[in-house]
Write a protein that binds this ligand. Structure first.
Ligand code: PLZ
Length: 444
């Protein structure tokens, strides 16, 4: 299936070095005008994108294995997104839902209530970014029980605002120098099968013990966990870890919040990654893939929990902007129409097969892991679990030079992650993986 914008040919083609002269000229302007704290993985400046391809201003076509960090799940400028956005942008661009509401916001909340795990009565509130959704999930979780503590996990990533920096594990580049951070945020050990060798039950017992002894269950408002860790290294917790944590939360009156900002909306071969282990969260945070590239985020969950804040207690000028809502309805339409849950599973199988073969050939590839179209390889010094960030960077840079847009992640920067748009064709995906294999041979 190739649902890319009709004008974007689905092929990799390099016509200049990467980055080319036009990108380099734009980069010069950028260096003078844009804050240097804002980085770019690959400074090719984009002219168009669709399906599995990004076209730069020099006319180079790159294969997209990043989806703008798991956002363009339905592909860039997917037809249903474009159609609905065009219609909405011509009708009205903004009224503020808190001033004069509109149907699109309601429809997005209805759709998310239906798509998130569990068939209980759910409600939602809409925001602009993932970090804002996490902030609001914590506000909602704290208000009813009058408890303050928020528990997060090692290797977790939740955003760059003050509260979500506190919740994010990794110091550089996210937190260094930006404190002091919000209080009452506590970190528990995560299940990381490659590094701890624990079963899910053992890892959950270890985490629960830390929470119990260091925080006290009766002080905890919520536990916030990514069912597949994103920035932290695409870590899939050992089977049973998430259900055990969720069960313990329920027994103790603690809200279980799944941060599905990266793992949600078809990415892992399920609408939400919590489903893989039958976990029904009290609250789910949603962003990234939900709106096909427009900024939209949501907190979705049990109606009685979401309704805990007083009237007027939640909001924001742009939250649930009508154009972003139209984009979300278009993206959800694409997901349903093209069965992108199944497509993510198929892409995952293809990725796993190729990456497993790669690992057999290159012992630096210590583990292949992930769910669906959220796959990664962790690189370590062969025979050890000592992270090899240098090789990871070299492999990724080689891919970029050959026109394949890869991303890295992980606490030690030693993970290459694969997040293709689900609109990518098999041929293009195979070609990208050929390049990845060549990158390992070339950097050996
Ligand atoms: N929760 C699980 O993955 C965003 C961050 C990129 P925002 N991840 C990409 C970067 O370096 O800033 C993310 C996530 C999870 C929350 C967030 C935050 O979402 O939309 O970036 O605020």
């Amino acid at each position: 299936m190739e649902t890319g914008g009709p004008t974007v040919e689905q092929a990799r083609r390099l016509v200049t070095e990467i980055p080319g002269p036009r990108s380099r000229a734009l980069h010069e302007r950028r260096l003078a005008a844009v804050a240097s704290g804002v980085g770019s993985v690959l400074p090719v400046y984009v002219a168009a994108a669709g399906g599995g391809v990004v076209v730069d201003v020099d006319g180079n076509s790159l294969i997209d294995l990043a989806s703008g960090i798991a956002v363009t799940t339905v592909g860039n400028s997917a037809p249903a997104v474009v159609a609905r956005v065009q219609e909405q942008v011509a009708a009205f661009t903004h009224t503020c839902f808190m001033v004069a509401p509109y149907e699109g916001y309601v429809e997005v909340c209805e759709a998310l209530a239906e798509l998130t795990p569990g068939d209980h009565h759910k409600k939602a509130a809409l925001f602009n970014s993932g970090a804002e959704a996490v902030e609001n999930a914590v506000k909602i979780a704290r208000v009813a029980p009058g408890r303050d503590a928020v528990v997060v996990f090692d290797h977790g990533y939740h955003g760059r605002t003050n509260l979500t920096m506190a919740m994010t594990a990794k110091n550089m580049p996210y937190k260094q120098g930006f404190g002091p951070f919000a209080g009452e945020v506590y970190r528990a050990p995560m299940s990381y099968p490659l590094r701890d060798g624990l079963t899910g039950a053992e890892a959950a017992a270890r985490a629960i013990d830390v929470i119990d002894k260091q925080v006290g269950a009766s002080n905890v408002a919520c536990v916030v966990v990514e069912p597949v860790l994103g920035e932290g290294g695409f870590i899939v917790p050992a089977p049973g870890f998430l259900p055990a944590v969720a069960d313990w939360c329920r027994e103790r009156g603690i809200l279980y919040v799944a941060d599905e900002i990266q793992s949600g909306m078809c990415r892992t071969g399920a609408w939400f990654a919590s489903e893989h282990e039958g976990v029904v969260p009290d609250l789910v945070t949603v962003a990234k893939g939900v709106a096909g590239g427009l900024p939209l985020a949501a907190v979705v969950g049990r109606a009685e929990v979401v309704d805990a804040p007083h009237a007027g207690g939640l909001g924001g000028t742009y939250g649930g902007n009508p154009v972003a809502c139209a984009a979300a309805l278009g993206a959800i339409e694409e997901m349903r129409e093209h069965d992108l849950v199944a497509r993510a599973t198929a892409i995952g199988e293809r990725l796993t097969a190729r990456l497993t073969a790669l690992a057999a050939e290159h012992p630096v590839v210590t583990e292949v892991r992930g769910r669906g179209a959220m796959q990664a390889i962790e690189l370590c010094v062969p025979g050890t679990t000592e992270p090899d960030a240098a090789r990871t960077a070299a492999v990724s840079a080689w891919c970029h030079a050959q026109g394949v847009l890869t991303l890295t992640c992980g606490t030690w920067g030693n993970v290459v992650r694969f997040l293709p748009p689900l609109a990518i064709g098999d041929d293009l995906l195979d070609e990208a993986l050929d390049v990845v294999a060549e990158a390992f041979a070339a950097t050996a």
